[in-house]
Design a protein around this ligand. Structure first.
Ligand SMILES: [Fe+2]
Ligand SMILES: [Fe+2]
Length: 279
């Protein structure tokens, strides 16, 4: 095992768990899972339509997110064999995860088209504006990529659940159900990996995780035109707030360590203080 990294066997175990939670029998696809003919954006409020458009942009940025893994966990001769075996195991996750996220992007785009929210060509052009912008996570410790994704996946799952509860179009509700279930599995994988880091490295990863929380921004928050105004505008419909997932992160940290040390206590109280209080 290379310093700072999980052992390849630990990554492999986490990947096994992720793949076991998603058997082929429960897979779904854009083509057959939904009654697209029945999709109708006329059944949505202005806020709900806006919430769908917002998250389509976020999901459509998948190539940028996927690239983060290639750059930081390369599967080629630029890394030594000890890192390579780690990265190769991780790749079993990222490639499947990316296929699922790309399906999310297609499902939301298809919904927009089928429901009359947007024309296909116009939407493609619109998505390209944000899609071309770079996305980066400037981390130096491997655990940070997983801690970031843990928070982001859970926040996205919660967002889809909220939006689903209020969405006026049953077809959209079906789409959001599929998406939120996938995000829940993505979160579980990240939670598993972060737990393993805490068990192996303990206090040594408390600081790096704290740094992730201290600088946390949801994907595209720093590059999307009008992001904060948009997020605020749709907040009545469905909050897109990463701090909604902090209680889950606290639980994971707490469960991972047998005895609470000062750095771990500090980390937990820091996460607690970073939450946005509702209302
Ligand atoms: Fe997604
Ligand atoms: Fe996801």
């Amino acid at each position: 095992m290379k310093d700072g990294y999980l052992a390849a066997g630990d990554v492999a175990d986490a990947v096994d768990g992720y793949l076991a939670a998603a058997p082929a029998t429960r897979a779904w696809d854009v083509e057959t899972a939904f009654d697209w003919q029945a999709a109708d954006a006329g059944k949505l409020t202005e806020g709900q339509r806006s919430a769908v458009q917002f998250v389509t942009l976020i999901e459509d940025h998948l190539p940028g997110y996927f690239d983060i893994y290639h750059r930081n966990f390369p599967v080629d001769g630029t890394v030594d064999p000890a890192i390579f075996v780690h990265n190769r195991e991780l790749y079993h996750f990222t490639v499947r995860w990316a296929a699922e996220e790309d399906t999310h992007a297609r499902a939301l785009a298809r919904y927009q088209e089928a429901s009359g929210l947007a024309g296909r060509d116009a939407l493609r052009e619109e998505l390209a504006v944000e899609g071309r912008k770079p996305f980066d996570l400037p981390y130096d410790h491997p655990v940070q990529f997983f801690a970031y994704a843990l928070v982001q996946e859970k926040a996205t799952q919660i967002y889809y659940q909220h939006l689903r509860e209020v969405a006026g179009d049953p077809v959209l509700r079906e789409v959001l159900l599929r998406l939120s279930r996938d995000e829940a599995r993505h979160f579980s994988f990240m939670a598993d990996v972060v737990t393993r880091y805490l068990r192996v490295y303990g206090d040594a990863v408390a600081g790096p995780i704290r740094d992730v929380i201290a600088a946390f921004r949801m994907p595209l928050a720093d590059t999307m035109r009008g992001y904060w105004r948009w997020a605020l505008k749709i907040a009545d419909v469905a909050r897109y707030d990463h701090t909604d997932s902090y209680e889950h992160l606290i639980k994971i940290v707490d469960r991972a360590v047998d005895t609470r040390t000062e750095p771990v206590d500090e980390l937990i109280s820091f996460i607690r203080r970073s939450r946005t209080l509702p209302g």
